[in-house]
Design a protein around this ligand. Structure first.
Ligand code: MLT
Length: 313
């Protein structure tokens, strides 16, 4: 009788609003991707999607909430590369990324940009490096969204590459953090183009370089770190959609099909392109594609984090 009940529930799914938890503050890059994706997925699901922002601990609090949520398809998590760095950074992580979830699929890959406050007396990456080296130890303020965020990972890579230890200032997301960069309250940050593009185009922050080997279509005048001779910044912030372990297969099929339609939705694709983001396609937007990439990324970032020796707990 129970399985029949589960069967009928899945058959009617979704029959009430779905909540997608974003583990960072509203107004940041992850929130932006989630709200755009929700608009696209609503078209095929014919159901309201509510975005819930649960910030803190570099995004791990919000993800932990979904690891414990009912496996009925009405509580999902949308997060990014931080899912792959958390296992190396948190020795007491309250979830196992490769065991505690069902994997719906990948969504977008987002490049990152080094930005500084408007008043900082540097105009390119080389000047930023020499300015930072000339400052007293741990006096340069570097904003991020907490240990385990993409901005944290990029900041680690920056500090180890230019050999400058900075004073990192954590926020619940880079939405609030970028306000302090614009306000000349913190010196610099590495943040995703989904958050920085509009502020760079409005000249509210200084865009120093793309944290990658090629330029970004939404901000074509910003040189890449590779243009300045630094080729090891190749961070691409991939994003995935997750459900709690043991969510029924029939529900996961509905979600997967809706996601695969959404990443082809013209409004979604156009908005992501305007923000310099690369929409996932093909096998990436499958359960297997997401889980395989997550496993590869956990292995990829572990050595860097070990070398940096910075842990959350
Ligand atoms: C980060 O990892 O830096 C987050 O994406 C920031 C955010 O989404 O607010």
């Amino acid at each position: 009788l129970l399985s029949l009940g589960a069967l009928s529930a899945s058959a009617a799914y979704p029959e009430k609003p779905i909540v997608i938890t974003v583990p960072f503050a509203a107004g940041g890059p992850t929130d932006t991707v989630a709200r755009q994706l929700a608009q696209a997925m609503q078209k095929s699901l014919k159901q309201t999607i509510i975005i819930e922002n649960v910030g803190g601990a570099g995004g791990t609090l919000g993800v932990a909430k979904i690891a414990r949520a009912p496996a009925d398809g009405y509580s999902l998590a949308l997060t990014h590369i931080g899912m792959s760095t958390a296992p190396s950074l948190y020795r007491t992580l309250p979830f196992k990324p490769l065991e505690d979830f069902e994997y719906v699929g990948r969504i977008v890959d987002v490049p990152m940009v080094f930005i500084t406050r408007p008043g900082l007396p540097v105009k390119d990456f080389k000047e930023l490096v020499s300015w930072a080296k000339a400052q007293p130890k741990e006096s340069v303020t570097l904003g991020n969204a907490g240990i385990g965020s993409a901005s944290h990972l990029c900041g680690l890579l920056l500090q180890s590459t230019i050999e400058v230890d900075m004073n990192t200032v954590p926020y619940k997301g880079t939405g609030p953090a970028i306000a302090d960069v614009m306000g000349d309250r913190i010196d610099l940050m590495c943040d995703q183009s989904t958050n920085t593009t509009s502020h760079i185009q409005a000249a509210k922050v200084k865009a120093i370089a793309v944290a990658g080997n090629k330029r970004i279509s939404s901000i074509p005048n910003v040189p890449s770190a590779a243009d300045a001779g630094y080729r090891n910044f190749d961070i691409s912030v991939w994003h995935g959609l997750y459900a709690p372990k043991n969510t029924p297969k029939a529900v996961l099929d509905v979600l997967g099909n809706s996601l695969r339609e959404a990443v082809k939705d013209p409004d979604f694709v156009r908005r992501m392109q305007e923000l310099g983001a690369n929409v996932s396609a093909g096998d990436e937007v499958t359960a297997d594609g997401l889980r395989k990439h997550l496993a590869a990324e956990i292995n990829k970032w572990a050595p860097l984090i070990k070398k940096a020796g910075q842990y959350a707990d």
